[in-house]
Design a protein. Structure first.
Lengths: 331, 523
């Protein structure tokens, strides 16, 4: 192979020439949700519609920023975000969806102007170690985690989109000063930073922390594999801001050249079969009626009772939340 | 005798591609600056001038220092054992010392993480739940265990090239072996050590995967967090510029330090190979050290990957993994080809046409290598979006970014080979009536082809392992092996990450093997 190196090296460059040919997909999705969860749904859609779908995975905030930066040049047709706040912040990039698309959906879970629709609901919860944090000693409000009793025992994920949505809700509901006092109090109380929710749940099992603030669906993934996993979850008292109810949802981009396929995909996500998958396999809550509940989750009525009253459309001021987290040196 | 070419007037056919490569390095960085300046002055100053930035700087420097110390502690004894003692089998040990290069930092971090914790290898095998390795300690371990070969290779060649009569003279004048080592051998190793430290230091500053998995907050990790988690890119651009300034000052400092030293034989005597020190009763200790190093750097990652592969659950979808491997190869091959093809004119210019602008052009290639990958990729994103949106998120842009980023690695060997080959033979060919280009192709090209292939292989292997550039610039859906390992490990899916990690390691060890056998033939 060393006799004609330049020939070989030249040949190696050939694949790049054909790169353009490979990118002829029917629908491009930017997904702020993880591949392990999204990929099976995409496959179902590809099979059913015969369309070819490409997905770019990333953080929800990362992709929202990318969409703004790319503007009209974006290859994306549809944005699937894991937080209603980020959808609100990018709503001006979205084309309004036909109202009948989400006719059966609870208005709490979608944008009033139909710019985006929620596709699944999730609640913020407290996960705790069954070995080191007995249930009767857990605080009844997220605001009490700044108590000295919890010093060095709490984990959180400040870079995570769902956590940031919670902080935005805290600012909206309790005011800027209370929110800042809570964040600073948590830092002073030695809250440990982790990159994401999975790492938080894992860290409790590994003995690094005793409790953590996460979304409701992460723990079940561990419990389904290992019923003896030493972690459990609970809500704070009803109406506490720590029980924020949020959605993952989709919006179709104005600049898309495949709006119809993108709408078909949004519609597909709201069909009973996919909603059943979201709740049975994904441990989230359905946004339409008539889905068999996941027995390991609290009922939809329970989470609605537990949740504080904060309309998701008010959670779009991510910038303010990021500034708050930056001023606490968390970002 | 008149030269066949005018050394003051380089031909356009060389200048144009070399200038294009140089512009390719600088233009995107210009966009980084524009982007940073977009922020309002007050808010930018507020973002930069805070304790956080200082903390990141301190963490970055601490990590560099710790990794340099630990990897030198591993590499120096290894190099001495291989070159100065009767340890055997020497060739096999040398190869094992270089093999860890095939294991990317994020895989090493993955292995160390997979060792501890509730589901960890240690809990399963011995019932011990260790806290997860992380922070400075974890990152130092993960990085040192696979960058030490860079230092080992430099030290080995310095030790092999050193004149043994110096040591013999010192010993005959009554110095103890230890003092001889300290006063004679060690100073002679300094240039090699410095250049090894430069490579490793730049690497550590640029590394993103291992520090992110070890959750140690250094500059590159913070840049990524800003990129992934924040709604504006101004702070990310500023952090990137600070990081670039850091690497450039390290580059300059190394240049100054290296220039002040000179260690060459001045006499014309014959340099002999050094006599081998008999290990004798130290033999068990030497083998214990070798065993520990190889177990940690090669055995551990393989064992942990295989452990997670065997760990219950779903069947492994090999077709997806094969597709990711194919995409990785289809990125690495053209990128390595581009780097090699651009390296040829740059190397030719710098070897044959010495002038200040050309020296600057060659330095630019090294500068491109020194710019940490994350800022480089970020600059490319800004550049493509504002100037060439058609190129944005395409394979050609990804290949271009890799080609420019790793250009220096292909220039180095090509330039050395050109200097060795000289120009006489080519001149002879031209005097016999061949045209300039034909003479070059017929005479010089065959003699430097080995070096070109070596450069190609080196770039290929680094692209296979590379993570941050791929993460930012890969076309939608174009996930490489490294992206798959990283995204799954971050999500705690160690089982799902295992087959991708295994294929990455096998893939790059294959190419490390190719390079080693290539080296072997040259000897």
């Amino acid at each position: 192979m060393f006799k004609r190196p330049l020939l070989l090296i030249g040949l190696a460059a050939v694949p790049a020439l054909f790169a353009g040919a490979a990118s002829a997909q029917d629908l491009t999705i930017y997904s702020g949700r993880g591949e392990s969860f999204v990929a099976p749904v995409i496959e179902m859609f590809e099979k059913e519609s015969g369309k070819d779908v490409e997905v770019r995975y990333g953080g929800t905030a990362e992709l929202a920023t990318l969409l703004k930066e790319e503007g009209a040049n974006t290859p994306a047709d549809l944005f699937w975000a894991q937080d209603g706040g980020a959808l609100g912040a990018t709503a001006d990039l979205f084309e309004a969806l036909p109202a009948e698309l989400s006719a059966g959906e609870n208005p709490q879970f979608k944008n009033a102007d139909n710019k985006w629709v929620g596709t699944s609901a999730r609640a913020r919860v407290l996960v705790y170690s069954t070995e080191r944090a007995p249930k009767d000693q857990l605080p009844d409000s997220v605001l009490k985690l700044t108590d000295p009793a919890w010093k060095g025992k709490v984990g959180w994920a400040p870079a995570n989109g769902s956590f940031q949505a919670f902080v935005t809700a805290l600012r909206v509901k309790e005011g800027e000063e209370a929110a800042k006092a809570w964040v600073d109090g948590m830092v002073a109380n030695g809250a440990k930073t982790y990159p994401n929710n999975v790492a938080l749940v894992q860290a409790i099992a590994d003995g690094e922390i005793d409790v953590a603030l996460v979304n409701n669906y992460y723990l079940n993934r561990f419990l389904q594999r290992d019923s003896k996993f030493p972690v459990a979850m609970t809500f704070f008292k009803n109406g506490d801001i720590g029980n924020l109810l949020n959605v993952a949802g989709v919006g179709v981009l104005k600049t898309s050249d495949a709006k119809e396929t993108a709408q078909d995909f949004a519609e597909f996500l709201l069909t009973p079969a996919v909603q059943q998958y979201f709740t049975s396999a994904g441990n989230e809550y359905p946004v339409i009626e008539g889905v068999i509940p996941n027995p390991s989750l609290a009922s939809v009525a329970d989470i609605k009772a537990a949740a504080p009253e904060v309309p998701l459309d008010q959670l779009s001021d991510l910038e303010g939340t990021l500034n708050l987290l930056r001023s606490a040196n968390l970002l | 005798m008149a030269l066949a070419y005018d050394p003051r007037r380089p031909p356009l056919v060389l200048l144009v591609p070399a200038l294009a490569a140089g512009a390719g390095m600088l233009v995107p960085l210009g966009y980084l600056v524009t982007r940073a300046l977009e922020g309002t002055g007050a808010s930018a100053a507020e973002l930069i001038l805070r304790a956080r930035t200082l903390e990141l700087l301190g963490n970055t420097l601490a990590l560099v220092a710790c990794v340099l110390a630990l990897s030198t502690l591993i590499a120096l004894p290894l190099a001495l054992l291989v070159t100065r003692t009767d340890v055997a089998p020497r060739r096999a040990i040398s190869i094992l010392c270089v093999l860890p290069l095939a294991i990317p930092g994020y895989v090493m971090a993955y292995a160390l993480i997979g060792l501890s914790g509730y589901y960890g290898f240690l809990n399963a095998a011995f019932g011990v739940t260790l806290p997860r390795l992380q922070g400075l300690f974890g990152a130092t371990l993960a990085l040192s265990l696979y960058v030490f070969p860079y230092i080992f290779l430099n030290l080995r060649s310095a030790l092999l090239g050193m004149d043994p009569s110096l040591v013999e003279a010192a010993r005959s004048l009554g110095r103890s072996p230890w003092r001889t080592f300290r006063d004679v051998t060690l100073p002679h190793l300094m240039p090699a050590l410095l250049s090894g430290w430069l490579v490793v230091g730049l690497y550590v500053i640029g590394d993103f995967g291992a520090v992110a998995l070890m959750r140690y907050e250094v500059f590159s990790y913070a840049i990524y967090n800003q990129y992934a988690g924040a709604f504006d890119r101004v702070y990310a651009a500023w952090l990137s510029l600070i990081l670039v300034a850091l690497t450039v000052s390290i580059l300059l400092a190394e240049g100054l330090l290296a220039r002040r030293r000179r260690y060459a034989r001045t006499g014309t005597g014959v340099a002999r190979a050094a006599g081998a020190f008999r290990l004798g009763r130290w033999r068990p200790l030497a083998y214990a050290f070798l065993g520990l190093v190889f177990a940690a750097s090669i055995g551990l990652p393989l064992a942990v990957i295989l452990y997670w592969m065997s760990f219950g659950g779903e069947a492994i979808d090999w077709s997806r993994i094969a597709a990711a491997a194919a995409r990785t190869a289809a990125t690495a091959a053209p990128a390595a080809a581009l780097a090699t093809l651009l390296a040829l004119p740059v190397a030719l210019l710098s070897a044959r046409f010495s002038s200040r602008p050309i020296w600057f052009l060659e330095r630019l290639a090294y500068f491109g290598y020194a710019v940490p990958p994350l800022p480089f990729a970020l600059a490319m994103v800004f550049f493509a979006l504002s100037t060439l949106p058609a190129l944005y998120q395409t394979l050609p842009l990804l290949v271009l970014a890799y080609g420019l980023s790793f250009l220096a690695l292909a220039v180095g060997p090509a330039r050395a080979a050109l200097l060795q080959a000289g120009g006489r033979m080519e001149e002879a060919a031209r005097s016999l009536g061949r045209s300039g280009a034909a003479a070059f192709v017929a005479v010089t090209l065959p003699t430097i082809s080995r070096s070109l292939v070596a450069g190609f292989l080196l770039v290929f292997i680094l692209v296979v392992k590379e993570l941050p550039i791929a993460a930012l610039l890969a076309p939608t859906g174009w996930t490489t092996l490294s992206m798959n390992v990283f995204s799954r490990t971050v999500e705690g899916q160690l089982f799902e990450a295992a087959p991708y990690a295994l294929i990455t390691v096998l893939f790059s060890s294959l190419f490390v093997g190719l390079i080693l056998s290539h080296e072997g033939r040259r000897r």
